[in-house]
Write a protein that binds this ligand. Structure first.
Ligand code: HEM
Length: 244
């Protein structure tokens, strides 16, 4: 093992986890009021209504793909009767669609930022840096899918190197040699992914931890007027007269 391999595949992952966790706790404690998407929907509605869901649905699917591909060992899917070929076909198909959606979504979001004056004016240096890291991770991820798929060559089964390396970090038994023998495209993507997680707590990406999922399941809010019998004898106030 060379020093740079240890640095990249042992030190960097642990530095990433440490900065991500302590940075998030620090941000939550000291910048609670800055914990926001800093939504720009008020400035522009048309484009964001299309771009934001495309991006967010895409990135959620990408996240699920990473959980499947990196956390679930190949031996488990084999034992469940899913052959490597079938898994590969499914992963590349769904992964490519999810990756393209994410890229199209983020491109539209950046286009909107650049072409809407008010949104551009509300864009900070921090946002721009974040977009560079985010787009780099997405593009390099798509590159790994293309290279791994076999469309351009032999294809590559990253579940024999990248995935066990990823798990080895969390099992506190790092195996840098696995990552060192994988393809350069996967190595560069993994580094880009780790760098994104390092800056994450200090950007608006923190809003991902407070996604309003409860909104989907909350009971309806029922709006109704009191009806004529409850209205009393008062004449309605000016501006509140009944219509129709
Ligand atoms: C250390 C962290 C990461 C590792 C080890 C990793 C690993 C991988 C692997 C192995 C693939 C290929 C999947 C396939 O072809 O089936 C992939 C694809 C991809 N990754 Fe990552 N990734 C990491 C972080 C990230 C992050 C933070 C992003 C977010 C922006 C991201 C975005 C993507 C995208 C867009 C694709 C292509 C579409 C897909 O296959 O889902 N990755 N990644």
């Amino acid at each position: 093992m060379t020093a740079s391999e240890i640095l990249l595949w042992v030190a960097l992952p642990y530095i990433t986890i440490a900065v991500f966790v302590t940075g998030t706790v620090w941000r939550y404690r000291y910048d609670k009021f800055g914990w926001t998407t800093r939504s720009s929907q008020l400035y522009e509605r048309k484009l964001i209504r299309i771009a934001s869901p495309i991006f967010h649905i895409g990135i959620l699917a990408v996240l699920m793909g990473h959980v499947m591909g990196l956390l679930i060992p190949e031996s488990w899917t084999n034992a469940a009767g899913l052959s490597e070929d079938a898994y590969h076909l499914m992963a590349v198909g769904i992964g490519a669609v999810a990756g393209v959606c994410t890229l199209v979504g983020v491109s539209l979001l950046v286009y909107r930022r650049r072409t809407t004056g008010a949104v551009m004016a509300a864009t900070t240096k921090n946002d721009k840096t974040m977009y560079v890291f985010l787009i780099a991770a997405i593009c390099l991820g798509l590159l790994t899918t293309i290279i791994g798929s076999g469309v351009l060559g032999d294809g590559y089964n990253y579940r024999e190197t990248v995935s066990p390396w990823f798990r080895s970090i969390f099992l506190l038994n790092p195996q840098p040699e696995l990552m060192a023998e994988s393809l350069p495209s996967f190595q560069v993507h993994a580094v880009a992914g780790m760098l994104l997680f390092i800056i994450w707590p200090f950007t608006r990406l923190v809003h991902a931890f407070s996604a309003p999922f409860g909104y989907v399941f909350r009971p309806y809010v029922v709006y109704r007027d009191k009806g004529p019998h409850d209205a009393g004898n008062h004449a309605p106030k000016r501006g509140w007269e009944k219509v129709g």
